[in-house]
Ligand binder design. Structure first.
Ligand code: ZN
Ligand code: MN
Length: 487
């Protein structure tokens, strides 16, 4: 019997992203959404699912959902409906989740959008199937250290406003998935819809993946969950694709199932058979009226969408004369973009500020693993530092050391320069003493300079800089040496 070889030349990936919206209160009750509050202190009969409690939709959650829908070029449904998604789990007190579902003439909040991304210099348009609103579940704490070995439950998160974004299966590689998530997170942050922090769970991504022959029927897909960073999504997908390829090569079938990504072992493992939509017994939520969004409301929301990443980048290129590469880096996060603009307003040298932010500042942040908004450096202090270079108080070399202190310590550059005695020495008499001492100590190089070897003067300048701990004004030193050695 001829050995059958299955050739799968295409990977098909679709993503489902849950986003915690930046609302002050939960989606169907007035409980606060404060992060890190003591367990079960932010609850009420509605979000605990007590009998007789009735949900009321949070207008702000709808507005943030609409804002996202517009940013993703979606079609907003004039009328959408909430549904009950029925299943049992201990973190779900009502035994159903209020969500939105798409079937027949029932539409979720928005559909048919797209987000354009750039992967390896090529533009790729990723379809957005839908954007819908729903409530979050409570949180189970499994490692609570109970002697019984049981788990605890915290309902603070129960009822927090979530937005679910589902892509079309348009992604073809783990790298494309990573780039899409990076672009989406950036969009959500600039739109001020979510903090987008995967490590804190405000952005969660599940990935559907299958292999197929180009143009052939879709293969059986698996769903991968439990990734807590964009990097893990990429790694989990790479693992899962390889696993499916190996199965196919052995002639074994891929089973449709949900698989969990195990971060430490870097593998996925089967956790449960994948539910079908009919398993959830969706039906319209009888306690909520349909959500009606008219054109006037959409226009009002459109007027409030903050400047999005692509527009911000283009403006930085046009207004500040930055290269596309620099503009891209300076609009990586809203924090960086705002910091840059504020610093330029205080010290109008856009290219200089860009160089410092992209160079030294980023290098130190990467070393410490912190973000710009987690350190003591402010736009005001950075611009003050650059002004001190400009007026000759310190050299650019010394400024690099001062910057490191400014990132670590909550102090102004002038104070750091004073306490550490870093002020540049431009005083002729003070410099002349050091220059004369260096000339006396290095007769060899001095003779070379006198013999016309101009290059040797660099060595002597270096010795003066060394003797002054880098504080000498190099130009003044050069002038002094020449006046003494070159007739
Ligand atoms: Zn509540
Ligand atoms: Mn969901």
């Amino acid at each position: 019997m001829a050995k059958q070889t299955l050739v799968h030349d295409e990977t098909v990936i679709g993503l489902e992203i849950h986003v915690q919206l930046l609302t002050a209160s939960k989606i169907f009750c007035g409980c606060a959404t404060t992060f890190g509050a003591p367990p079960n202190t932010l609850t009420c009969p509605v979000c605990l699912g007590l009998p007789g409690a009735l949900p009321v939709l949070n207008r702000r959650a709808v507005e943030l959902g609409l804002r996202t829908a517009l940013a993703l070029n979606c079609r907003v449904a004039p009328r959408s409906q909430f549904h009950r998604k029925n299943y049992f789990y201990p973190d779900l007190p009502k035994n159903y989740q209020i969500s939105q579902y798409q079937y027949a003439d029932h539409s979720p909040l928005a559909t048919d959008g797209r987000l354009e991304i750039v992967v390896e210099d090529r533009r790729l348009e990723v379809g957005i199937r839908r954007v819908h609103l729903e409530e979050d579940t409570g949180r189970l704490v499994h490692d609570a250290g109970l002697s019984s070995g049981g788990s605890l439950i915290d309902f603070n998160r129960s009822g927090v406003a979530l937005m679910e974004i589902v892509t079309e299966p348009d992604l073809r590689s783990p790298l494309q998935a990573r780039e899409f998530l990076t672009a989406l997170r950036r969009l959500l942050q600039f739109a001020e819809v979510s903090t987008g922090r995967m490590e804190e769970g405000t952005l969660r991504c599940d990935a559907n993946v299958s292999l197929q022959r180009r143009g052939g029927p879709p293969g059986t897909r698996t769903e991968v969950k439990n990734m807590n960073s964009i990097r893990s999504v990429e790694r989990a997908l790479a693992f899962e694709i390889e696993r499916q390829r190996t199965l196919a090569a052995r002639g074994e079938a891929v089973v449709q199932e949900t698989r969990h990504w195990e971060e430490h072992r870097e593998v996925t493992f089967a956790s449960r058979a994948k539910e079908e939509a009919q398993d959830y017994r969706y039906f319209p939520e009888p306690d909520l009226v349909p959500l009606v969004v008219d054109a006037a409301w959409i226009e009002q929301v459109r007027g409030l969408v903050p400047e999005l990443p692509a527009a911000r980048r283009d403006r930085f290129i046009a207004v500040f004369g930055l290269s596309p590469y620099d503009a891209e880096l300076l609009t990586a996060t809203p924090t960086t973009a705002a910091f840059y603009e504020r610093a330029v307003a205080l010290f109008p040298h856009p290219k200089t500020i860009a160089n410092w932010l992209i160079g030294d500042v980023t290098a130190h942040l990467n070393e410490t693993g912190r973000d710009l908004d987690q350190v003591a450096l402010t736009p005001h202090r950075l611009s003050a530092l650059l002004r001190l270079i400009d007026d000759g108080t310190i050299s650019g070399r010394i400024a690099k050391d001062v910057l490191v202190e400014m990132i670590r310590e909550d102090r102004d550059p002038a104070a750091i320069i004073e306490t550490r005695g870093l002020r540049q020495i431009s005083d002729q008499d003070a410099l002349a003493q050091v220059v004369d001492a260096v000339i006396a100590e290095h007769p060899g190089p001095v003779a070379e300079v006198r013999a016309g070897k101009a290059r040797a003067i660099g060595f002597l300048v270096g010795q003066v800089m060394k003797a002054t701990g880098g504080r000498a004004n190099p130009e003044a030193v050069n002038r002094l040496l020449r006046s003494r050695l070159v007739s």
